[in-house]
Design a protein around this ligand. Structure first.
Ligand code: DON
Length: 587
């Protein structure tokens, strides 16, 4: 009898430990050696999370001076352009979601699109050689890789509409930081080392990012950007004209001509910001608003959530093999659609309503086996165009990220980028502007992969003035009409899966915000046919279960850095991803 009881207790113990193993949440390791206090903050008046200490502090300063959330967002954007020249800047572009608690009440947030555009002289085959082969480097390194920058137009326009403080006040912290300089931090040092061969090719790039001895700057060296400070001062004085017209524009065009690029004065003068209707959907009791095309981000964040909405994943937990199997399969299915249907909707027909419809998601879900990986040849056979009309019109009418909320319920979530590290590597002489390499986000040829391994169709081929397909997913989640969560991240195609996972962690698994942001993540993008799991890994048992389901697993760290702000009653809670350098600050 006693023996039986002991066996039962042992079995119960095993069952329990198996359960905790599969349901426990594994957190990523901190990456930048900062304290938890730097990454997490609480307040009631405002909350800011950015990937830069100076940027968050500049946004805070604007609030403390009586500025609006738009002043804070503009200040953060321009400081980020100085503090993170490897990932964003006035030579790039981005997206910004804005919810104005008064003007948007009862309706959708606005989706600001200041994505780079292809030059007017761009040609579909500009990245192909005479035999039709892709010249991959041409869309990554050097002047040819640069699209028409949109960041200045976007942020100045946004600030003009919603800011309370003058533009020169808002830009002062950026100008000061560029003039005074700051010490190169480890993330920046790594990026400099990686891109030194390209930066070293251009004397204006060398002038800033290399020392007098001709060596690229290292950790702890002072990075001063005097020319950038002068350009920023011109923007502070003349608004967007300080960039798109006059002296700065002339310098951009002169360097283009010297290097044989395609940008013209007309490109700069014609650049236009577009205020779009965001992609929207519901997830259970929540409403999700995210970026619409030319980003694929919003469509696929919504698609992933829709596909697994009925699965009650909470029962299993975020790192249970069943959860990982279903969510990664939903990711895989979404990436098939990304490769087939996504592009700039101003140029090609994109079935946004079909791809984000509940019926489509339900039918995709039927194709996912309960405990076996989707076959690697699986490419779906549903036509989202057939679901366009079936969808209840979304129940609504309709590579850096920062998130800001204030106590009045206003929200900004913005992702900005120059694409690859240091973009094209070209600094325009006398301006400090690092030009983007966003042209690589086009498909050089249908079916060919880009820098992030993304495959595109003819929908994403280069066309004059078209915007390249993005994955950036600034997102705002609402509950009962009130903003609950604002988030986003850099990291190419991984952006949309990191965003979807964080939303699931927070609203489905009901993890606290810190754990939601910092739990180990995984990513599937159809090609390659594998689940990429962060190096920190998963319990062996979970890995074995997934392998039994015929999933291929690869363990590697990837660069998402979620910046999130959530509202709980009166409290604003900010978390900046512990994997990277970031700063959460509030009051
Ligand atoms: O728009 C996109 O999807 C890419 N250009 C974003 C690049 C990015 O996130 C780089 N960051 N690590």
């Amino acid at each position: 009898m006693l023996k039986k009881l002991v066996i039962l207790l042992i079995l119960a113990g095993c069952a329990h430990s198996q359960n905790t193993l599969e349901t426990q949440v594994i957190l990523a390791d901190p990456g930048a050696g900062q304290t938890r206090e730097a990454h997490e903050a609480k307040g009631q008046k405002y909350m800011i999370t950015t990937q830069g200490v100076y940027s968050s502090k500049a946004a805070k300063k604007m609030f403390d001076m009586g500025g609006s959330i738009a002043d804070a967002a503009a200040a953060a954007s321009f400081v980020l352009a100085v503090e993170r020249p490897q990932s964003t800047g006035i030579g790039g572009g981005g997206f910004l979601m804005y919810y104005d608690a008064k003007k948007n009440k009862g309706s959708n947030p606005w989706a600001y699109d200041f994505r780079e555009k292809a030059p007017i002289n761009a040609k579909q085959d500009m990245f192909l050689d005479k035999d039709g082969k892709v010249m991959a480097k041409k869309s990554i390194d050097g002047i040819y890789a640069a699209g028409v920058p949109g960041m200045v137009a976007g942020i100045v326009d946004f600030h003009h509409r919603f800011g309370k403080l003058p533009l020169n006040t808002v830009m002062a912290p950026a100008i000061e930081l560029a003039n005074k300089g700051f010490k190169v931090y480890p993330e920046l040092a790594k990026a400099l080392e990686f891109r030194a061969p390209i930066l070293g090719r251009f004397s204006a790039s060398k002038k800033i990012f290399f020392n007098k001895k001709g060596e690229y700057l290292k950790e702890g060296d002072l990075l001063i950007q005097k020319d950038l400070a002068t350009t920023l001062s011109k923007i502070a004085k003349y608004g967007a004209n300080g960039f798109y017209k006059g002296d700065v524009a002339n310098k951009i065009i002169a360097e283009n001509q010297r290097l044989g690029g395609l940008l013209t004065k007309e490109d700069l003068q014609k650049y236009n910001v577009v205020v779009r209707r965001p992609v929207s959907s519901t997830y259970k009791d929540y409403e999700v608003f995210s970026m619409s095309p030319p980003s694929s981000g919003g469509v696929h964040v919504v698609e992933i959530l829709n596909i697994i909405e009925k699965d009650n994943l909470k029962e299993y937990g975020p790192h249970h093999p069943k959860t990982i199997h279903l969510v990664s399969s939903a990711m895989q299915a979404s990436f098939v659609d990304r490769a087939r249907y996504m592009g700039d909707a101003d140029f090609v027909e994109v079935p946004v309503m079909g791809l984000t419809s509940k019926k489509y998601a339900k039918d995709v879900r039927y194709t996912i086996p309960e405990s076996r990986a989707l076959n690697k040849m699986w490419a779906g056979n549903l036509d989202p165009f057939l679901y366009q009309k079936l969808s209840v019109k979304n129940e609504h009418d309709e590579t850096t990220h920062f998130s800001i909320m204030d106590g009045e319920g206003n929200v900004v979530a913005s992702t900005q980028t120059i694409n690859g590290l240091f973009g094209s590597g070209v600094v325009v002489p006398g301006t400090g502007i690092v030009l983007n390499n966003e042209m690589d986000d086009f498909s050089a040829k249908a079916g060919v992969q880009n820098l992030f391994g993304a495959v595109g169709s003819d929908k994403n081929l280069v066309e004059p003035e078209k915007r390249p397909l993005s994955s950036m997913s600034p997102t705002i989640v609402f509950k009962k009409g009130e903003p609950l969560l604002a988030l986003g991240t850099p990291n190419g195609t991984r952006i949309l899966t990191c965003t979807a996972l964080t939303i699931l962690n927070f609203i489905e698994h009901e993890l606290p915000l810190y754990e939601s942001v910092n739990a180990v993540r995984y990513h599937h993008q159809w090609q390659p046919d594998e689940i990429l799991v962060e190096k920190k890994g998963l319990p062996e048992k979970t890995v074995k279960s997934l392998m039994r389901m015929e999933h291929q697993l690869k363990f590697e760290d990837y660069g998402c850095r979620i910046q999130a702000v959530a509202k709980n009653g009166e409290t604003l809670h900010g978390v900046s991803d512990i994997r990277g350098r970031g700063y959460a600050v509030g009051k």
